[in-house]
Design a protein. Structure first.
Length: 240
């Protein structure tokens, strides 16, 4: 009986592809896509019929974000696509954050309706959402097979140091994109409480994630990454 270490690299790659295929249950992918499409369509309808337009606009942006996470991975990083690529099962804290955002916008619209009447704030928030989505999606496309939703702790043959496109201006454009997208959604909702909560939570999360990831990037690319890091920022406040 052979051990794991006796398996040839090509066999390991085939096993990894088989594992991803098994986790990419097509009927579940279809159901999730249908659900996101339905949410998008309903949100678009209520966007023009509801007085609290911020809420359907928020659901619309949220459903589009999760669809694009899967779609771009499927198109440009096929080897790594799975049902998890939708990022819907993104942890209890993620679900709680968006649930609290919905609770806040509905509660404040009922008790403090004037708070939701600042359309210029909502418009600025939407601009941030569009900017963040563009930054993240473009980063995923540019990185291609080097992009992963899960931090790589071992260097694979397709793993290269990407420094072109958005990566020329920020070394973590997908993180920066999500940061500004998430903050933009709370401005769009005119949610002062969740905006502050999102700001501190996201900054702490990405600070720890970037520090953890860059340990491996230095190990993978040595001086090349150190030089690259020295001349690029993160576009996330207070994270160098």
């Amino acid at each position: 009986m052979s051990s794991y270490k006796d398996v040839e690299p090509a066999q390991l790659e085939d096993q990894e592809k088989a594992r991803i295929l098994d986790s990419n249950d097509l009927h579940q992918v279809s159901l999730v896509s249908l659900s996101l499409g339905a949410l998008f369509g309903l949100s678009l309808f209520f966007l023009f019929t509801s007085e609290l337009f911020q809420l359907p606009l928020y659901i619309l942006c949220l459903s589009l974000f999760h669809f694009l996470e899967y779609y771009i991975t499927a198109k440009f990083n096929t080897d790594k696509v799975s049902l998890d690529s939708f990022l819907i099962n993104n942890g209890a804290e993620y679900v709680l954050a968006h649930s609290l955002a919905i609770i806040e916008v509905v509660s404040e619209a009922h008790w403090f309706p004037n708070l939701k009447s600042h359309r210029y704030i909502s418009f600025f928030g939407l601009v941030l959402v569009v900017f963040g989505q563009f930054l993240r999606s473009t980063a995923m496309v540019t990185a291609g097979r080097s992009f992963s939703h899960i931090i790589s702790t071992t260097k694979k043959k397709e793993h290269v140091l990407v420094t072109n496109g958005m990566y020329k201006y920020t070394r973590h454009p997908s993180y920066a994109g999500f940061f500004w997208w998430a903050l933009g959604t709370q401005l769009m909702l005119c949610n002062p409480i969740c905006f502050i909560g999102f700001l501190f939570t996201l900054r702490r999360f990405f600070k720890h994630r970037i520090e953890f990831e860059e340990q491996y990037l230095v190990a993978f690319f040595s001086r090349d990454y150190i030089n690259y890091k020295s001349c690029t920022g993160t576009l996330i406040p207070f994270i160098k």
